[in-house]
Design a protein around this ligand. Structure first.
Ligand code: WNU
Length: 152
């Protein structure tokens, strides 16, 4: 059994390596570690379903997921990208105050995601203007690419 301290240190150094969070002060990152949960998924499991309400932000600590989305005129949701370790998802529903805009499906057994709830996400992002601006810009860009592919 791993000690709480070792777990804390492990996730702290992992978060330090996540490019999105570069620039957050160490004490802030340590707080994020204190309030995150870790969820484990198997290949094929839905982590996020399009159209559902969502209040969480995810960072992949191990494994891989695929992003799929329903588009006009096609029966099956289309695969739009693959995300791996250090990538994150789920920010759009939190920032746009909208339902989930794509499916996130686990693509590798024993995938680990660090999960941050809305309150902690707002605390993490809210006090750091550059990060907030960066994410807003990115989310607008996602909306534009959704339009281009005629997402439902
Ligand atoms: C895309 N369109 C939409 C991705 C992750 C982080 C960033 C891209 Cl900063 P949500 C579903 C999630 C959504 C995004 C993620 O899927 N996503 C996309 C797209 O082209 N969503 N609408 N690409 S991967 C990705 C940029 O995180 O957030 O809460 O749930 O809507």
């Amino acid at each position: 059994m791993q000690s709480t301290q070792a777990r804390h240190d492990e996730y702290f150094s992992f978060l330090c390596s996540v490019s999105l969070l570069r620039g957050l002060p160490e004490e802030k990152l340590a707080k994020v570690v204190d309030c995150l949960e870790v969820d484990y998924f198997q290949k094929g499991e839905y982590i996020i379903r399009e159209g559902e309400e969502g209040n969480t932000f995810f960072i992949i600590a191990k494994g891989e997921v695929i992003v799929t989305q329903s588009t006009e005129g096609l029966a099956e949701p289309q695969e739009i990208k693959t995300l791996g370790v250090g990538d994150y998802f789920g920010e759009k529903a939190l920032i746009s105050e909208d339902v989930r805009s794509a499916n996130i499906i686990c693509n590798e057994n024993d995938t680990h995601c660090l999960v941050v709830d809305r309150d902690n996400f707002n605390q993490m992002v809210g006090t750091y203007e550059e990060l907030q601006a960066y994410l807003k810009e990115y989310v607008d860009e996602l909306s534009r690419s959704d339009e281009r592919r005629n997402a439902l």
